[in-house]
Design a binder for this molecule. Structure first.
Ligand SMILES: NC(=O)c1ccc[n+]([C@@H]2O[C@H](COP(=O)([O-])OP(=O)(O)OC[C@H]3O[C@@H](n4cnc5c(N)ncnc54)[C@H](OP(=O)(O)O)[C@@H]3O)[C@@H](O)[C@H]2O)c1
Length: 446
């Protein structure tokens, strides 16, 4: 005799989709097109029965004739006409949060691609899901089409993660790749990214590193069993990266990538987002253009690199669909990998105690004694230099500074504590031998 749970897993799964933009409309299209094949794979019919967006009249390239329409995402989330609620509206609060909460509170499973929502409210939403026994899937929220959440929650469920790092913003990776390949400026690359639809009209969330920080906060929670803490991340974007940096880094055997990095340290969890010099021979250096990659360093598997499309309608909808299939099969996993009560409070390791190598670019005034003064400051701070390169051919103009003869000098340090480097650069600036601010980029040995 069949019990109720088995019977429920054979009944058709009725899906309600809120948000019919890039991802939502693509998801509906895929389910409408591949429905029969999905049903065969699952042994259970899955079907989109209800949708919600702002405009009823917009042509979205989907057949909406048999779909129940809702103007209010919360009403859809609570409607008895669906079994699973998919949130593809976006935004960390507002209708997305209200609708997801409403569904979870009545025990209805939810799938979302919303990293902002997860980064801000993930712990509370996971708690609400646990309390009502609902599933919460968010594979698409980190690195679009790359199945990194499933890998962490299930594939590597028993592994101890030492470090996670990756390229998690396609816009930044596209800009840095083109700057490297074509020798063009940040501004030109950004303008092209906007024309091609890779970057928003206001690109600051991407290029200032906050989008990567949201994704990193979610990954760090899954990797280290800690609370999600997006505001505790050290964040530096890519807007200050110049052609001079790209060229010198290249000559020294490095590429510059915007990395999100989280690792355990004696003081807590060290979480950083910043432009990083990575060896050209490292796997992550080969991940170019709009692609994303996430590397997981574990005790037994060592390093695992997952790379692929981090955004776009079809890759993102494919991750949403993979969560839907898991729920349709009855797979049950705690949303954050462990029960919420087991999450440890987040303890931030201060960036000033970060130890590593540094790339430092200075515009040094062309006057006697300047170079000796810089070397003296570095020596006095106990900073050991791996190389010193003078590149008079690579002059970087500083805003508001004209008519000063200067030359570009690049220093590469051996492993040093960040605060020591910052103090030395402050002293060098105070000596008056450099023009503008020093450029400092962290080097990561991968
Ligand atoms: N696009 C990607 O490549 C990508 C990748 C990874 C994750 N994501 C995440 O996926 C989610 C959706 O992204 P998207 O690119 O598909 O966004 P989008 O194209 O801007 O679509 C948003 C949809 O939400 C609807 N909407 C907005 N406010 C609403 C409200 N108050 N009530 C009902 N519907 C509302 C819009 O309706 P109208 O169409 O009527 O205006 C639109 O259909 C976001 O959380 C995003 O971060 C996207």
């Amino acid at each position: 005799m069949q019990d109720h749970a088995d019977a429920a897993l054979e009944a058709p799964l009725r899906i309600g989709v809120a948000g019919l933009g890039n991802v939502g409309a693509t998801l509906v299209r895929i389910i409408q097109k591949d429905g029969e094949e999905l049903t065969r794979k699952l042994g259970r019919k899955i079907t989109v029965t209800a949708v919600c967006a702002r405009s009823r009249s917009r042509d979205r390239g989907i057949d909406a004739s048999n779909l129940e329409w809702f103007d209010d995402p919360v009403a859809l989330a609570k409607s008895d006409s669906i079994d699973l609620f998919v949130e593809l509206i976006g935004g960390e609060d507002g209708p997305a949060l209200a609708a997801v909460k409403a569904a979870l509170e009545i025990g209805r499973p939810v799938v979302t691609a919303n990293k902002a929502l997860l980064a801000r409210h993930g712990v509370n939403l996971a708690r609400a899901a646990e309390e009502s026994g609902a599933q919460l899937g968010f594979e698409a929220a980190v690195a679009g089409g790359i199945p990194v959440i499933k890998t962490l929650r299930e594939g590597l469920g028993s592994a101890r993660i030492a470090r996670v790092y990756g390229i998690m913003n396609g816009t930044c990776n596209y800009i840095l790749t083109r700057m490297g390949n074509e020798g063009i400026s940040f501004a030109e690359c950004l303008a092209d990214a906007q024309k091609l639809g890779y970057a928003e009209a206001d690109p600051s969330f991407d290029v200032d590193g906050f989008d990567t920080a949201h994704k990193l906060a979610i990954l760090a929670s899954l990797c280290f069993g800690c609370e999600i803490a997006p505001d505790e991340i050290f964040v530096e974007g890519i807007t200050s990266i110049s052609q001079a940096d790209i060229k010198v880094a290249g000559d020294l055997g490095y590429k510059i990538k915007l990395l999100g990095i989280a690792q355990r340290s004696a003081d807590g969890i060290d979480q950083r987002v910043h432009p990083t010099l990575v060896p050209k021979t490292s796997a992550v250096a080969g991940v170019d253009g709009v692609l994303n990659a996430v590397a997981l360093e574990t005790d037994h598997v060592h390093e695992l690199l997952l790379a692929g499309p981090g955004a776009g309608g079809p890759p993102t909808a494919s991750s949403v669909l993979s969560d839907i299939l898991d729920i349709a099969r009855g797979t049950k996993v705690p949303p954050l990998g462990v029960p919420v009560a087991e999450l440890t409070p987040y303890r931030r390791a201060p960036i000033r105690e970060h130890e590593g190598g540094y790339y430092i670019r200075l515009n040094v005034r062309d006057v006697p004694g300047a170079f000796a003064a810089i070397a003296t400051r570095m020596g006095a701070a106990g900073i050991s230099l791996e190389s010193v390169i003078q590149r008079p051919d690579l002059r970087v103009s500083e805003p508001g500074v004209t008519g000063t003869e200067s030359r570009t000098v690049v220093l590469l340090t051996h492993s040093t504590m960040e605060q020591t480097v910052r103090d030395a650069l402050q002293a060098i600036k105070g000596d008056g031998f450099i023009v503008g601010d020093p450029q400092m980029i962290r080097i990561e040995q991968l």
